[in-house]
Write a protein that binds this ligand. Structure first.
Ligand SMILES: C[S@@+](CC[C@H](N)C(=O)[O-])C[C@H]1O[C@@H](n2cnc3c(N)ncnc32)[C@H](O)[C@@H]1O
Length: 291
């Protein structure tokens, strides 16, 4: 009996960004193979499944891709329903192609449930609109990791907003090439740990990026956009950027959604990190009625 391997995009962190298909696949899974970008709450949908952490941490030792492929082929060949849970979308800087290729070669049936990727799941939630009628009709996206300076210069010449995944450790090259392309004074937004209790949103200019990201470990993972700013309507909300401390059972209540609509991020306990240079010091201790 042959099983099925489903590559599932888990979104960037916030469980609200899981698709209905992702939740169903997790509920039916015998085995879940996941990496470290996935928010732990997401795994709670996989009741009774065997969880295998293949621990992809940025810039750290990690399970080799061949080993992960081997686990998927082995578990699928044993007749199991396997969910390969990947941060964001499996086909956007996610190495999903290598996994489906390995499954195809081994004759293990597979399917893909795409996920919300960081460029809309993280930047959109932080108030960055990548297109707006009358303002721009497109944007560019590239990975800082693995890009040469010449390639970065090509992206810098794109006439519109440019989104950068895995760019924190390339900030020197990115700043230089965008300044050389006469974009030094354009806005830059950086969001670290988007959609998680540790989320940090920072705004600067291209010229200010080096200073902002001088301690890269504080900004991992982070996505950035150059040439687009947070919408005024987001910044004007009364609780913009503040952490609202609520009780655990109030986190999913309508009252917590009201706090979100006022710009706050409801969190259980004290989640802000005063040591982080851009952590919001101000917390609102919200009185949310018990549901
Ligand atoms: C290996 S790529 C995986 C991208 C993922 N497949 C996606 O679709 O979002 C890792 C990069 O995605 C971005 N990223 C992933 N999760 C993020 C998050 N929660 N907040 C900010 N950036 C994130 C960062 O640029 C990070 O360096």
């Amino acid at each position: 009996m042959t099983g099925i391997v489903t590559l599932v995009g888990a979104g960037p962190g916030d469980p609200d960004l899981l698709t209905v298909g992702a939740v169903r696949a997790l509920q039916r899974a015998d085995v879940v193979v996941y990496d470290n970008l996935v928010c732990p709450e997401v795994l709670e949908f996989a009741v009774g499944a065997t969880l295998i952490n293949v621990g992809k941490l940025p810039f750290a030792s990690q399970t080799a891709q061949e080993t992960i492929n081997g686990i998927l082929v082995r578990e699928g060949s044993l007749g199991r329903h396997v969910v390969r849970l990947k941060g964001g979308d499996p086909f956007i800087f996610g190495r999903g192609t290598e996994e489906v290729e390995a499954l195809h070669r081994a004759g293990v049936p597979f399917r893909v449930l795409p996920g919300v990727t960081s460029l809309n799941g993280v930047l959109g939630a932080a108030g960055v609109a990548l297109t707006a009628r009358g303002r721009n009709r497109g944007f560019a996206v590239f990975s800082g990791a693995g890009s040469s300076s010449a390639e970065i210069r090509t992206w810098a010449d794109y006439p519109g907003p440019v989104v950068i995944y895995m760019g924190v450790n390339r900030v020197g090259d990115i700043t230089r090439e965008f300044v050389n392309a006469a974009r030094g004074s354009e806005p830059a937004v950086v969001v670290a740990n988007g959609g998680t209790p540790r989320e940090v949103v920072a705004e600067t200019t291209v010229a200010g990026l080096g200073d902002l990201l001088r301690h890269p470990d504080d900004w991992t993972p982070a996505i950035m956009v150059i040439g687009a700013a947070r919408e005024h309507a987001f910044k004007a909300r009364s609780l913009d950027g503040k952490v609202a401390v609520v009780s655990r059972n109030a986190l999913e209540s309508p009252a917590a959604d009201e706090l979100r609509a006022r710009g706050a991020r409801p969190a259980v306990g004290v989640h802000h990190e005063p040591s982080h240079p851009f952590a919001r010091e101000v917390c609102v201790r919200a009185e949310v009625p018990k549901p």
